[in-house]
Design a protein around this ligand. Structure first.
Ligand code: MTE
Ligand code: MO
Length: 501
């Protein structure tokens, strides 16, 4: 019971303090990291996605068994048993420290608090225990006046404290609680709203991706196994490195600064030609420039390296940060606080740069440095240091490899060239001439544009290709490249079959 109270108290403290998570989960993670590959694969094969809960339950059961043994030991040697509880807590602390996200002082406080609660409970229970329970060999004399009632009361109270502590501690960091906080947030109106959407910017054609992709439909790419749940009441954003005045902002301070709103198309470097790892949203946040001006960037800083609470990093040129006026630390997406999946409470959005070099979610640090000092997460993993978004276009309708009736058909889709804007989209049927498609009204150079072409489909198999030209006059190359190292090139080409008349 004392060990249970220790666990519950540690969970409670871990929930209350920033920079530390559950010690039980930390031990579980350490087991995963230390387990040989075959065992991990066998566990996943046998248990599927239940492998994690089973692992956590295993850690709790192990603690219960150790606790029971310590309880027996405590009848003879309370000091040794107390040391045992402290040792169990220490194992949790060591496991937590193996996680780079852990704040060491917080881990020690949590471990010490749990151990202290456990030892106090143990001593109180021993004091209240009926005499015969303390000395195992003593014969029990019936009716000798010993009462178990105070002891049992204490046991029940300890169980309640343990359960309440664990529940409260888990709840503080639970998705439900953060979702409640997030839902209650009010993002202030932007000082600089986005320009109005011109009529005809969304053609509203069936099957064509809408101008604004709803948050629930927006593509998600990140290295996180589980979505990081960041508490905005304890989160901070630090601006540091090669700056004159490093500073730290709370979420409320970030909300209180003047905001800008901008419609920006975000694209992933891993998006294959014709793929859907791209989306357009209305973002709101603090201009990056305002934060950098406040910090005073020192000459010599060449790279803005952003860090996420989950360890991910992304870096891009400081000149881009200063010159691209709509680059921002975003707090809202399509009119609501950033969804957890998309980086709540704050993320970077930089028009014209692929997400892997710029769009850090669950942002925690903006560091001014040089490209020689540190590389962003994906750079040593085979991706280019610089990641400008390529001019790209996609056919949404008709779908590839479908059958169509003959006659008038709509060919339509989207094209994007953030910071340059889409100037022209052309479609080619088979080996025919490139035909200019009709473009939807332009919202902004940073946002994609829908396009449409009417096609008189004749029976048989046909190949449809699309290409876009951007504001610099450059037209997409037909030469295909792989997504690595700097994005896929080539024309999106599909085949369709048109039925006989
Ligand atoms: N913390 C973190 N941020 C990240 C990533 C990541 O792995 N971790 N991936 C980046 C990549 S590769 C892309 S394409 C964008 C995708 O943003 P989205 O998931 O909101 O669409 O997030 C970027 N930000
Ligand atoms: Mo990406």
């Amino acid at each position: 019971m004392a060990t249970a109270v220790a666990l519950g108290a540690a969970e409670l403290a871990a929930g209350a303090l920033p920079g530390i998570g559950s010690l039980v989960l930390a031990v579980g993670d350490t087991v995963i990291d230390a387990a040989p590959g075959w065992l991990e694969r066998a566990a996943i094969a046998a248990l599927g996605t239940a492998d994690k809960p089973v692992l956590v339950a295993g850690v709790v059961v192990l603690c219960a068994v150790l606790g029971a043994l310590l309880g027996v030991l405590a009848r003879e040697r309370r000091l040794a048993a107390s040391a045992g509880i402290a040792a169990v807590a220490a194992v949790g602390v060591v496991a937590a420290l193996a996680d780079t996200r852990t704040a060491a002082p917080a881990a020690v406080v949590v471990g010490a608090f749990g151990a202290a609660a456990g030892v106090v409970t143990l001593l109180a229970l021993l004091r209240a225990a009926p005499r015969e329970a303390r000395r195992p060999p003593a014969p029990v004399a019936a009716g000798d006046g010993v009462t178990r009632r105070p002891f049992l009361h204490l046991v029940v109270a300890a169980a309640a404290v343990a359960a309440a502590g664990a529940t409260a501690g888990r709840w503080v960091t639970s998705p439900d609680r953060l979702e409640t906080i997030r839902a209650a947030l009010r993002i202030p109106a932007p000082a600089r709203p986005a320009p109005p959407v011109p009529p005809g910017a969304d053609l509203g054609l069936a099957g064509v991706t809408p101008l604004f992709v709803a948050n629930a439909d927006f593509y998600r790419i990140d290295t996180a196994l589980t979505v990081p749940r960041v508490d905005p009441t304890t989160w901070t954003l630090e601006v540091r490195g090669m700056v004159d005045r490093p500073f730290r902002l709370t979420y409320d301070e970030l909300l209180a600064m003047p905001h800008l709103e901008a419609d920006i198309t975000l694209a992933c470097v891993s998006n294959p030609v014709g793929g859907d790892l791209v989306g357009n949203a209305r973002w709101q946040g603090v201009p990056l420039r305002a934060l950098l001006d406040r910090a005073g960037v020192r000459p010599g800083a060449t790279q803005l390296l952003s860090r996420s609470v989950d360890g991910f990093t992304a870096g891009f040129p400081v000149t881009t940060a200063l010159e691209v006026t709509d680059a921002m630390v975003a707090v809202a997406m399509n009119g609501e606080p950033l969804p957890a999946r998309h980086g709540f409470p704050a993320r970077l959005v930089v028009p014209g740069l692929f997400g892997y070099v710029s769009a850090t979610k669950w942002l925690s640090v903006i560091e001014l440095t040089t490209f020689e000092t540190e590389e962003g997460y994906w750079v040593p993993r085979g991706w280019a240091r610089d990641g400008p978004v390529l001019t790209q276009s996609r056919i949404d309708v008709p779908r590839a490899a479908t059958r169509l009736p003959p006659g008038r058909q709509v060919v339509a889709g989207v094209a994007w060239a953030p910071t340059r804007g889409v100037e022209r989209v052309e479609v080619r049927v088979d080996d025919g001439p490139w035909q200019g498609a009709r473009l939807a009204a332009a919202l902004d150079v940073d946002t994609w544009r829908q396009w449409v072409l009417e096609w008189d489909a004749t029976p048989g198999r046909h190949t449809l290709s699309v290409r876009a030209s951007d504001g610099t006059g450059e037209t997409q190359t037909a030469r295909r490249t792989a997504v690595a190292p700097d994005g896929a090139r080539g024309h999106h080409t599909i085949e369709v079959r048109v039925d006989d008349a």
